[in-house]
Design a protein around this ligand. Sequence first.
Ligand SMILES: CC(C)(COP(=O)(O)OP(=O)(O)OC[C@H]1O[C@@H](n2cnc3c(N)ncnc32)[C@H](O)[C@@H]1OP(=O)(O)O)[C@@H](O)C(=O)NCCC(=O)NCCS
Length: 161
Amino acid sequence: MRLPFFGPPPAPAFARFDARDARAAAAIHAEGFARSWSAVEIEALAVDPAVFGDAAREGRPGGPLLAFVLSRAAADEAEILTIAVASSARGRGIGKALLARHTARLAASGVRALFLEVEETNAAARALYARTGFAEVGRRGAYYAKPDGTRADALILRRAL
Ligand SMILES: CC(C)(COP(=O)(O)OP(=O)(O)OC[C@H]1O[C@@H](n2cnc3c(N)ncnc32)[C@H](O)[C@@H]1OP(=O)(O)O)[C@@H](O)C(=O)NCCC(=O)NCCS
């Protein structure tokens, strides 16, 4: 018999982001960003027809939200608006698997180039994007104001789909 509190966590289940997840998504977003988005802001994005959203849940469809990604598409280009994994679920490959699923769906809908902006000092996000084929195409100097009063550059990354 396997006790429920031992062993690896169940593999995540992936599905489209649902506006009803906005509150859970806002909590995950607040764990990942100093300037967090409210549930109302996330819900507004989720119902925007130009916005594509994907989600990872614990174990099964309908399980608790672990991660989400939102992108806005225009013609054959799209921009990742945000991606966040719950802090308790990071480092398990969920961000990479979610991004793979998301980029496949964008490509299937005709998107040919995907852009995003990342803080230069965000090592985890830069590792994720380096592993998934994004390359630097621009930089905005001192773009982010950090909580400690310093500023960090924003990198613009692009990936062909
Ligand atoms: C960035 C983020 C989405 C990554 O999600 P994750 O599920 O922890 O990432 P994964 O486990 O899928 O790791 C993907 C790759 O990045 C690497 N990586 C992840 N975290 C890392 C870290 N802190 N330092 C170095 N490399 C890291 C992994 O080793 C993996 O590489 P591999 O495929 O060669 O093994 C997550 O850390 C997060 O939500 N951060 C807060 C929000 C954020 O910064 N979003 C991005 C804004 S642009």
